[in-house]
Design a binder for this molecule. Structure first.
Ligand SMILES: [Zn+2]
Length: 416
């Protein structure tokens, strides 16, 4: 079989196009998520180790200025400039209409770190004071503070992860200067996260919902951020090898790897199975249960050929999707169990099936590239040591260079 190649130069061009020119029309409806799109574009160029060589100092300073322009005076960052009505008009009565946003705040901080900023203009204290106000009684976090300081939006594990990540970046190891600043309720957050684990081991958006790899990543991401700042005396069972929670989660994550890729051939095969099912339903009418069982379809076992490409899905009985190669392998990397997946088959799936001719990665086989799937496809390959990609931290979802910049900040430096 022909060897698959990581087309690094085309990926660099793809990410630079996204960063420096207009994004295609379908992104228009995502204008309010511009901070997230900025994160993918900047982080993508950085992961390809091209940020210093392919962007100028002025360009990088321009990106930094734009991010600070999205910081709201009361702490935290907005997701785009569309709600900004100017500091002169802003007052306590109307500021709820231009609120800081929990995910955008996390992404803004990570982009600043990627760009080498020292966060000296971040309203650190204000942001750390705002964060506990975003926590609900059940331990989960919302997205924004609405009128009368009502917590609005979300409530699922995504917001828990971004809140824990923001706390991680801004609290750091040296909390001496934070006297009088109330912390979030860590214990309540852990209890909420644990309540989202389902009977099959995976994590759902909330208690009693269906397991989902994206939410699973967010759960373990949040716990990893909390754990890194703790004294290690009370490790959550989800992070503890040997515990029932940990082992059932790892088993569920590994079982997400699939050879069902949802390519065209499979669509045709699905259609013929649908027809067969319809015929069978008609044929078994009036038969006993025993007779019906005898007529069950014979499913083809996998062949050596079909086992060569294996991506990941995010829920049971779904096709593979590029981003789930990230959500699952990143979670396994945080849990220290990445070696359990078939890395060769995952690489063949990503490079041979969803890597696009013009650079970037599509969601599935034969799909056009987009920023989210392009970045996550590369990150999954980076975990597996793909040549041409830098090493990456699975929780921060940015290069180890970014982590080093974080650790150089005053509140992160170890005291003598
Ligand atoms: Zn996807």
């Amino acid at each position: 079989m022909s060897e698959v190649l990581f087309t690094k130069e085309r990926h660099i061009k793809y990410f630079l196009r996204c960063l420096k020119t207009f994004l295609p029309g379908p992104y228009t409806s995502n204008d309010s998520n511009r901070m997230l799109l900025a994160f993918f574009a900047v982080a993508g160029v950085d992961l390809l180790d091209s940020l210093q060589s392919k962007t100028t100092t002025e360009e990088r300073e321009g990106y930094i200025e734009w991010i600070y322009h999205c910081q709201v005076p009361s702490g935290g960052f907005r997701g785009f400039t569309g709600t900004d009505f100017g500091t002169e008009r802003r007052n306590t009565d109307n500021e709820a209409w231009d609120p800081a946003n929990v995910p955008s705040t996390f992404f803004a901080l990570v982009i600043l770190l990627i760009l080498g900023d020292d966060l000296s203009r971040v309203k650190r204290m204000e942001c750390l004071q705002w964060l506990p106000q975003m926590q609900r009684q059940n331990g989960s976090f919302g997205e924004v503070l609405g009128p009368e300081n009502k917590i609005e939006g979300g409530g699922d594990l995504r917001f828990c992860c971004f809140a824990a990540g923001t706390r991680y970046i801004l609290r750091g190891r040296d909390t001496d200067g934070l006297n009088g600043i109330q912390d979030i309720d860590v214990e309540k957050l852990v209890v909420f996260i644990e309540s989202c684990q389902t009977y099959d081991g995976g994590m759902a958006e909330g208690p009693y919902c269906e397991s989902h790899s994206g939410h699973t990543y967010c759960a373990i991401g949040a716990l990893t951020f909390l754990d890194r700042l703790s004294d290690g005396s009370k490790r959550p069972s989800l992070l503890s090898p040997g515990s029932k929670r940990y082992e059932s989660l790892v088993r569920w994550l590994v079982a997400r790897q699939t050879t069902e890729l949802g390519d065209e051939d499979e669509d045709e095969a699905d259609e013929s199975i649908d027809n067969e099912t319809r015929d069978l339903t008609r044929a078994v009418e009036g038969l006993s249960v025993e007779e019906k069982i005898d007529k069950l379809l014979y499913l083809q076992p996998p062949t050596a050929e079909s086992l060569q490409w294996a991506g990941f899905n995010g829920r049971c009985n779904k096709y593979a999707d590029t981003c789930y190669s990230f959500w699952n392998t990143a979670t396994l990397a945080m849990l220290g169990r990445l070696s359990l997946v078939d890395a060769v088959a995952n690489r063949r799936y990503l490079l041979g099936r969803t890597q696009h001719l013009v650079g970037g990665f599509g969601k599935g086989v034969g799909e056009p590239p987009d920023l989210l799937h392009s970045y996550f496809g590369m990150v999954s390959l980076a975990f597996q040591g793909e040549h041409g990609l830098d090493s990456i931290d699975p929780a921060l979802c940015a290069t180890d260079r970014t982590v080093q910049n974080l650790h150089s900040l005053p509140w992160w430096r170890e005291r003598d």
